[in-house]
Design a protein around this ligand. Structure first.
Ligand SMILES: [Zn+2]
Ligand SMILES: [Zn+2]
Length: 356
């Protein structure tokens, strides 16, 4: 998302073109200052974010009517109208504390264009009500946390350049794959590819930006359904993480934490079944089942993978759950295993996750 086109009939807004351009530029800077995102104004092509002024009915489902409670709107990222910002031309746009300050409204609407919903924090830019007195603008910590949860913080130049990791390279294999709060996260070396339902393309982040205290190159990762955490495995160690923090006491030993026998020296793959809170740990051709509610291994394990997951005959490299399916990966092949029918329903590669 680095292309922007601005259509600004500044004549009609009562502001000079220079004032309008300055307000828009500052509004973009609000977000680029705290994320790795960069924005560039484009003239020859259609930008990812198009800003435009309209009056009344203007071809989407949100006609303006000149009223003070609907003066602008924006669309979450996506194709077509996605990421675009519309302003009501029948309002007065200002660079002062009078309604409506073009900079402030634009900064708020760009938050939506970048994927943010409204905040409950009254001090936040993304709070739904327009209240601003034109004092020095400082982006609220709640806004910073929420935008950085999507794009990561700003220290390093990013990653979206493609020089780092090409998700559409068909030979790609992953260290681990897990869900987290509705995202699917593919881990590879020092990188993560995040598939977020409302973003048209996957995000590629450097792990250092999000989890500077984790080693990377993990064997396995999973999201327990009973607690808001992620667990990462490397050798016989487990790290538990909440948002960007490694929880106290971690890394821990998998033998003492989960109750694995001493001959288990690593985990190939892990997934927690949402509905039951049972976690499946795959090691070579066997699997263990752990109960997240009682925090103990279920008796009767390990069992043969191929016996209970017919068709999964190889070692499992990665696994995660999406809806009622376990997605098993061996090298770059994916098998979708339906948990109801207990059958592989299709096989292919992972490129469909990345919109390749
Ligand atoms: Zn509109
Ligand atoms: Zn809003």
């Amino acid at each position: 998302m680095d292309d922007t086109k601005e259509i600004m009939p500044s004549r009609l807004t009562g502001l000079t073109q220079a004032v309008v351009e300055n307000a828009i530029e500052r509004a973009f800077r609000v977000w680029s200052d705290v994320t790795p995102l960069t924005f560039e104004r484009v003239f020859e092509e259609e930008g990812d974010i198009v800003l435009s002024f309209h009056r009344r009915d203007h071809g989407d489902l949100y006609p303006f009517d000149g009223s003070k409670d609907h003066f602008a709107h924006a669309f979450l990222p996506g194709p077509g109208l996605g990421g675009n910002v519309h302003y009501d031309l029948d309002q007065t746009w200002t660079d002062s504390s009078e309604n409506f300050n073009l900079f402030y409204v634009t900064a708020h609407e760009l938050g939506h264009a970048l994927g943010l919903t409204h905040s409950k924090d009254e001090e936040a830019l993304m709070f739904p009500n327009y209240t601003w007195d034109n004092k020095d603008f400082v982006l609220n910590q709640d806004d910073i946390n929420r935008i950085q949860a999507l794009y990561g913080p700003s220290q390093n130049p990013m990653q979206l350049t493609g020089a780092t990791l090409d998700p559409c390279n068909s030979g790609l294999t992953f260290d681990a794959i897990t869900t987290y709060r509705g995202e699917v996260i593919f881990l590879k070396d020092r990188f993560l590819i995040r598939v977020i339902s409302f973003l048209p393309e996957p995000l590629i982040n450097e792990m250092d930006l999000i989890w500077p205290n984790l080693p990377g190159k993990f064997d396995a990762a999973y999201e327990p359904s009973v607690v808001d955490e992620l667990r990462f495995f490397k050798g016989s160690k487990v790290w538990a993480v909440q948002e960007q923090n490694v929880l106290e006491g971690f890394p821990m030993d998998i033998h003492s934490y989960f109750g694995f026998p001493s001959n288990v020296t690593h985990i190939d793959a892990a997934v927690c079944e949402e509905e039951t809170g049972k976690t499946y740990f795959f090691v070579d051709h066997m699997y263990w089942r752990y109960d997240e509610n009682t925090r103990s291994m279920d008796p009767g394990y390990p069992r043969l993978i191929a016996e209970d997951f017919p068709g999964i005959n190889d070692k499992v490299d990665d696994v995660f759950q999406k809806e009622g399916n376990f997605y098993f990966f061996h090298q770059s092949i994916q098998h979708r295993f339906n948990l109801q029918t207990r059958k592989i329903e299709d096989s292919g590669d992972f490129s469909t996750w990345f919109n390749c």
